[in-house]
Design a protein. Structure first.
Ligand SMILES: [Zn+2]
Ligand SMILES: [Zn+2]
Length: 300
């Protein structure tokens, strides 16, 4: 089970009723956070997420609304007793920026390992049995989108084992992925598993203009979390100039990437009621959620 919580939904500035856009993804008792704007540690506490589970932070880019809360978050992490290594991923050159931000919290009870990802090409790495991929986006400064893919093990099918006449004492061995030999015949694990299950995929795309590469990157997402600064198409040109999208472009991305669900986020502070566009978006892509802070889902 992958638990996903959108900690905040704001862009640019935190508001009294809207924290800055940030994502919490938890699997197997470990949590990964994308971005930490101002006050993210307070939002994490309000949503009753366990900061002690956090072992990895992914940074999309270094605009203040995505990184200015890093020092405060790390101090809170230290106060909750963390002693094992925290990994922070960002694009090439982020190490120096993080070092400068952390000069106000020079002593932390845990080690920080910073990993730089390429800014001119896609890359992938493993976290907690999940493949995380990064994609360079098209924003006003260097910026990365991220996707999470959990490939699920096929489930053991007792009825298949019974049909093959395999004694129960061998089931555990087959379930662990090992083959067995019975009566000069080799039984492989795939002979006693149910049809393979499709992976669980979550894509997180903000901040960026629309471009074709997003469709391939987010392809077949169970959950696409995507920015939308405004709900009205009249802002398309203005947002393109600033390196952003509007709601209908996020809907177009959900359609073209064949995603199952769309959560909108990163609203402009000037967009006081994003829910005004719910009907418009449901017509475009029915599985759209105009997210609010603490929007969450468990993907199985
Ligand atoms: Zn932003
Ligand atoms: Zn930005």
């Amino acid at each position: 089970m992958v638990n996903v919580t959108l900690i905040g939904t704001g862009g640019m500035l935190p508001l009294p009723d809207r924290w800055l856009t940030s994502l919490w993804l938890e699997y197997n008792g470990k949590a990964c956070l994308i971005d930490c704007g101002e006050g993210t540690q307070i939002a994490i506490a309000q949503h009753k997420l366990k900061l002690s589970h956090l072992d990895t932070i992914l940074i999309t880019h270094t605009h203040a609304d995505h990184i200015s809360g890093l020092a405060g978050l790390l101090l809170s992490l230290g106060n909750c007793g963390k002693t094992d290594t925290l990994k922070i991923y960002g694009y090439t050159g982020i190490t120096e920026i993080i070092r400068q931000l952390l000069c106000i919290c020079p002593v932390l009870p845990f080690r920080i390992e910073i990993v730089e990802l390429p800014i001119n090409t896609k890359s992938s790495f493993m976290w907690n049995d999940i493949v995380i991929s990064s994609l360079p986006l098209d924003h006003s400064i260097d910026c990365l989108g991220y996707s999470f893919v959990l490939n699920r093990k096929a489930v053991f099918a007792p009825e298949k084992a019974k049909a093959l006449g395999i004694d129960v004492k061998y089931w555990k061995t087959l379930h662990s992925g090992k083959s067995i030999d019975i009566n000069a015949k080799t039984i492989t694990p795939d002979m006693v598993t149910a049809e393979s299950r499709s992976p669980i995929k979550v894509s997180y795309i903000t901040d960026t203009r629309y471009f074709g590469g997003l469709e391939e990157f987010a392809a077949n997402s169970d959950l696409l979390i995507c920015e939308g600064m405004y709900g009205d198409d009249e802002y398309i040109i203005k947002m393109r100039e600033k390196g952003h999208m509007v709601f209908s472009q996020s809907g177009k991305l959900a359609i073209n990437s064949h995603s199952k669900r769309l959560w909108l986020t990163h609203y402009s502070p000037a967009l006081t009621n994003p829910y005004d566009y719910e009907e418009f978006m449901k017509k475009l892509f029915p599985e759209t959620i105009i997210s609010s802070d603490s929007q969450s889902i468990t993907l199985k």
